[in-house]
Design a protein around this ligand. Structure first.
Ligand code: KMH
Ligand code: ZN
Length: 311
């Protein structure tokens, strides 16, 4: 018998920039329609960042989220998962503002401070649409993505205990699973934990099958039966490592936030195209995709009725 597998689609993020793909959604209308299309294609969870409408730079301004959240909410019953990572260059209070206002069913929680190097993407492009693009990429050479213990605890208390959100625990390396296990032992996190194994970000663990299997073995040892997992591989290994994630018993995350391409090495023309690709693989393996309602049950989410969509 097949399993129910949750597809998350992360539609825009803060890594890639408008010059890199004409298909990256950056305006509120594009983010809304791309999210709705991804949900229709089979994504039960939409992971959301915002961008400034005038030039597409990463934004955590709640006003920018407000321009697309109600549109997605009207057209789809997908779980809306709000990033608390924002961009590695934002201050923590900026990063948290949209989730604090919206009190979503789910939000991301990055499990450690790290280098988050996207400066190497610069060398592939020459004619930038906006000056902020190469400047933002270069800035990651000398900045840290800060997620201290205190930051993590504040997010757990504020958005989790108070706001009722469950978390996509973003683990970029084995050490982040150790940190999550510490909070499990302390009784500070609710089960089932939803662990996102993040591979392929420069500064975190590399995108390889061996590394994914090592992450899974580590989580099995440290978290036991208390967790479910999903796999995200940044860059061109996105689909193949998501496929391995399915084989290993997990769920998947795709989307243009993490990879602009689709096998065999072409630019993906939409988020929905990546969702359809992984959905086909899941179904060919004899599994089913989870609906948003099934994802809510699997992850014990509070339900969309408890979200402040009119924030
Ligand atoms: N793009 C992922 C590698 C977040 O939003 O909190 C990281 C991410 C972080 O999704
Ligand atoms: Zn994100």
């Amino acid at each position: 018998m097949g399993r129910k597998i949750i597809i998350t689609c992360a539609v825009t993020g803060s890594i890639y920039t408008p010059t890199m793909s004409p298909h990256l959604p950056v305006t509120p209308a594009q983010i809304a329609s791309s999210s709705i299309d991804a949900a229709q294609a089979g994504a039960a969870i939409i992971h959301l960042h915002a961008r400034a409408p005038e030039d597409g730079r990463p934004s955590a301004d709640p006003a920018h989220f407000r321009e697309f959240i109600p549109v997605i909410d009207q057209a789809s019953d997908a779980v809306l998962n709000i990033s608390t990572g924002g961009s590695s260059l934002m201050r923590l209070d900026e990063r948290l503002a949209p989730a604090r206002a919206m009190l979503p069913e789910m939000c991301s929680l990055n499990m450690g401070s790290m280098n988050f190097g996207i400066f190497t993407l610069k060398r592939k492009y020459e004619n930038w649409q906006h000056d902020w693009e190469p400047a933002l990429l270069e800035a990651t050479r000398h900045t840290l993505f800060t997620n201290t213990y205190e930051d993590i605890e504040n997010i757990l208390a504020d958005l989790g205990d108070h706001g009722g959100a469950r978390f996509e625990f973003e683990c970029y390396d084995m050490s982040h699973i150790e940190t999550l296990a510490y909070y499990l032992r302390q009784g500070k996190v609710k089960t089932p934990l939803y662990v996102q194994f993040v591979l392929g970000v420069m500064g975190g663990i590399g995108a390889s099958a061996e590394n994914l299997m090592a992450m899974k073995a580590s989580a099995d040892r440290l978290l036991g039966d208390n967790y479910q997992f999903s796999v995200l591989a940044a860059g061109r290994h996105q689909i193949e490592l998501a496929t391995l994630g399915v084989i290993l018993g997990g769920n998947v995350r795709v989307g243009l936030e993490d990879s602009l391409t689709i096998p065999p090495g072409k630019l993906a023309t939409s988020n929905a195209e990546q969702v359809r690709k992984i959905r086909t693989i899941i179904e060919e393996m004899g599994h089913n995709i989870a609906t948003p309602e099934e994802a809510r049950q699997m992850l014990c989410l509070k339900g969309r009725g408890a979200v402040n969509m009119a924030f």
